[in-house]
Design a protein around this ligand. Structure first.
Ligand code: UD2
Length: 345
């Protein structure tokens, strides 16, 4: 009998033993804690997600000013949070290097924005400026939710940009339109966007872009520091402080005040964020309470306990009603002035 025949005999013998006695079971000690993982809440299979921490491949030779450790590019602003997340300001990064890196990844970024009821009037300004200034040269899918698809102006977008118009119901209260965005975003990530984009940003529609907003905004979890409250002490910021609300932040806590008009990150992190915030909104509704600044309050609570990996300075959302200080060198994105009473009703 040669070796091959012996092997076959052993395999047949083992198969017989397993068939008769079953597969041997290695028992776990019964006192081992069973880890409960709620698959629905925590896991998403993300076929498209790109891990930016995996090294970029070799860059082309480039010429740019040398960085020096003892010569910081900005000394007038905070460049790093206490948990070492960069705060993005004009003058602190080189967009050519970033672009060269991100082109290799062929990243697709999604932007979710809502134009419901009278807010359809802001679509043209938003899309026109975003087409020019938002992630220029990179692939972007704009997901525009509206109750008036027929009113979306036809616009020619750059070849790497795509517009998807998604019908959505309206709500009588503007606060509900604003708050339900979180729910709609999380369910679209689950059903569709996880297959389509790597990163996802939520943006208000009543804004316009005036300067480039590039790949410097891309990271795992990204919040924008509000232009209204970037110098205030934490206890005078607009956090929800009533303990009955799920958005409550106890007095003495708080890092920055984040604007709900512009946040984002990897698809899985935005899924976790929007799911958690909308859960808070729903629980507040059941308890007959509404957070002071609606979903923005829930966002602030979330980002306090899930620290953003990158923060955008108020350059990335400057409120038109404010006069611009010297430290905000560039107004990249700004709110459009609106008559609140007229536009919301
Ligand atoms: C703040 C936040 C906003 C949201 C809101 C909730 C900033 C800069 N913005 O903005 O993100 O948290 O407070 O209180 O921090 N919308 C419609 N139709 C409506 C009403 C709203 O489509 O009738 C959508 C639209 O995309 C709009 C967004 O909801 O951009 C937020 O509403 P807003 O801009 O009126 O809220 P505002 O300016 O108080």
């Amino acid at each position: 009998m040669d070796i091959r025949k012996e092997h076959i005999l052993v395999v047949i013998l083992m198969a017989g033993i397993i068939g008769f006695f079953g597969i041997p079971h290695i028992s776990q000690p019964s006192c081992q804690p069973v880890r409960q993982v709620d698959l629905d809440e925590t896991f998403l299979v993300l076929p498209r997600e790109t891990d930016l921490n995996v090294t970029f491949s070799v860059l082309p030779r480039m010429s740019y000013p040398q960085p020096f450790l003892d010569k910081p590019r900005r000394t007038d602003v905070l460049l790093m949070s206490p948990w070492l997340a960069p705060i993005v300001w004009e003058g602190t990064f080189n967009r050519d290097i970033l672009n060269a890196q991100y082109r290799q990844k062929n990243v697709i970024v999604g932007v979710a924005t809502f134009a419901v009821k009278k807010y359809v009037r802001f679509i043209e300004g938003f899309l026109g400026s975003a087409n020019k200034f938002f992630l220029s040269g990179h692939r972007v899918n704009f997901y525009l939710f509206t109750d008036h698809p027929e009113k979306v102006p036809s616009m020619k977008l750059a070849p790497e940009k795509r517009l998807f118009i998604i019908p959505v119901q309206n709500y009588s209260r503007w606060q509900d339109i604003s708050m339900n965005r979180m729910d709609i975003i999380s369910s679209h990530i689950r059903s569709r966007w996880r297959y389509e984009v790597d990163y996802l940003y939520s943006m208000d529609i009543d804004v316009q872009m005036f300067e480039h907003i590039g790949v410097e905004i891309i990271d795992t979890l990204v919040g924008t520091i509000s232009s209204w409250q970037y110098t205030k002490p934490r206890d005078s910021n607009s956090y929800e402080r009533r303990p009955e609300s799920r958005a409550a932040i106890p007095s003495g806590e708080g890092d920055f005040y984040y604007a709900a008009s512009f946040y984002g990150g990897s698809v899985s992190e935005v899924y976790r964020l929007t799911t958690a915030c909308f859960k808070g909104v729903t629980e507040d509704r059941a308890n007959g309470i509404e957070a002071k600044w609606h979903e923005e309050s829930h966002l602030n609570k979330y980002l306090l306990y899930h620290k953003p990996t990158r923060l955008l300075s108020p350059e990335y959302y400057w409120d038109e009603e404010l006069s611009r200080p010297r430290i905000v060198r560039v107004k990249r994105l700004s709110s459009v002035r609106k008559d609140l009473k007229e536009v919301r009703f």
